[in-house]
Design a protein around this ligand. Structure first.
Ligand code: NDP
Ligand code: GDR
Length: 373
């Protein structure tokens, strides 16, 4: 039997890289679309890159962009994949307020371009389609916890664009009988998470401070509540959703909620540091209460390591998200395997190692800049 072929948009991102690994392990031929950039942008998939000169390669990257219909049509017609995973997106909620039109072009119309290319090529009965939908669709939440039937109320240009993508996926399923479905995924993180999303900003920022490369972490709304899972658990579910008899949309979440402030405390604890909070609202600050162990040689008791900066607040906020994954559990047997505690430990360990490497370079006289958002 010939290998199944998958095409992943957004393969260079967090989820794309884990999904590519997962599908290669399952024996798939994996194709991914990468964007041209002035710097290498394949760091997350370099470890699975295969030299195209080897015999029988299983991993391929194609230049492309979700804003370019002819390019998408050509790639699809050349590969004729069994499964398409549309993970590519301008995925940062705060940035979508700065670039709303581009976000709509990529996240909303980009999805339409892919679906329409599949239909135009007559592949709508052969190719299965996964759309990376999001808990941001719930925005100003209408029900707690949120499930597949909870009404949407998007609160950012990103979420509004994803709302279009959600419904156009449903529409192609109903209109053309396509196997197309939405995974409504709640926040999921990992050491491969982009550095400007809140969890990674925290684990990286605190690790840099622990090693003495930075002084203070500047945050936005720390009262925000999220349902955080691990990306590895969530990409497994993306694949499972395309293996059912009938296409269906699923909520993927852990069913447990924490605040940004709690995530900071958990990350600090991993470094052997306890935080004392003082002040209210935008004047709130986090000081080091005590330190145990030797993971944080660059920190001192009493140091102010967390402060608020109003520029990290959003024009409209999603205050609380909590998913109900019962449907996925009951119908697909999906249960997340990695706990939040384990994930925080993994992320802090990774970022601490990175910080230690940077500190070593700095000690040797190399110029190391700690970039912040
Ligand atoms: P990332 O931001 O890590 O990755 C986004 C990917 O999309 C990158 O590969 C990026 O390329 C690519 N991309 C951006 N713009 C374009 C474009 N114009 N054309 C083609 N590709 C483009 O996101 P995640 O991996 O975290 O998320 C994957 C998907 O799931 C996204 O659609 C996101 O919106 C959605 N989602 C994510 C959740 C999460 O918590 N992580 C939760 C719910 C939904 P490059 O590397 O060049 O920037
Ligand atoms: P989110 O993720 O907007 O939920 O979208 P993000 O990690 O950016 O923010 C989560 C919450 O933390 C608050 N916050 C901050 N956020 C950032 N980035 N930086 C800060 O300094 C900061 N301080 C507080 C935010 O206001 C927010 O409430 C992610 C993305 O992956 C989307 O693509 C995906 O669809 C959703 O998750 C589900």
């Amino acid at each position: 039997m010939s290998r199944k072929k998958a095409l992943i948009t957004g393969i260079t991102g967090q989820d794309g890289s884990y999904l590519a690994e997962f599908l290669l392990e399952k024996g798939y031929e994996v194709h991914g679309i990468k964007r041209r950039s002035s710097l290498f942008n394949t760091e997350r998939v370099d470890h699975i890159y295969q030299d195209p000169h080897i015999k029988d390669p299983q991993f391929f990257l194609h230049y492309g962009d979700l804003t370019d219909s002819s390019n998408l049509t050509r790639i699809l017609s050349e590969i004729r994949p069994d499964e398409v995973y549309n993970l590519g997106a301008m995925s940062h909620v705060a940035v979508s307020f700065e670039s709303p039109e581009y976000t709509a072009d990529v996240d909303a119309i980009g999805t339409l371009r892919l679906l329409e290319a599949i239909r135009f090529l007559g592949m709508e009965k052969a190719t299965r389609f996964y759309q990376a939908s999001t808990s941001e669709l719930y925005g100003l939440v209408q029900e707690i916890p949120q499930k597949e039937t909870t009404p949407f109320y998007p609160r950012s240009p990103y979420a509004v664009a994803k709302l279009y993508a959600y419904w156009i996926t449903v529409n192609y399923r109903e209109a053309y009988g396509m196997y197309a479905c939405n995974g409504i995924l709640f926040n999921h993180e990992s050491p491969r998470r982009g550095e400007t999303f809140v969890t990674r900003k925290i684990t990286r920022g605190l690790s840099n401070i622990a090693i003495g490369l930075d002084k203070c972490l500047y945050m936005g709304n720390m009262d925000s509540l999220r349902d955080w899972g691990h990306a590895k658990d969530y990409v497994r579910m993306q694949w499972m959703m395309l293996q059912q008899e009938q296409p269906e949309d699923f909520v993927i979440a852990t069913g447990v909620q924490y605040s940004v402030r709690q995530f900071i405390e958990m990350s600090a604890n991993e470094l052997g540091v306890s935080i004392r909070w003082e002040g209210e609202g935008v004047d709130e600050k986090g000081y080091i209460d005590f330190i145990t162990g030797d993971k944080a040689p660059g920190m001192v008791v009493g140091q102010n390591i967390v402060a608020i900066d109003s520029r990290y607040f959003r024009p409209a906020e999603v205050e609380t998200l909590l998913g109900d994954p019962s449907n996925a559990k009951n119908k697909l047997g999906w249960v997340p395997q990695i706990t939040l505690q384990e994930m925080v430990a993994e992320m802090v360990a990774y970022d601490l190692e990175q910080a230690q490497k940077h500190a070593l370079l700095k000690k040797q006289g190399y110029n190391v800049a700690v970039s912040r958002e």
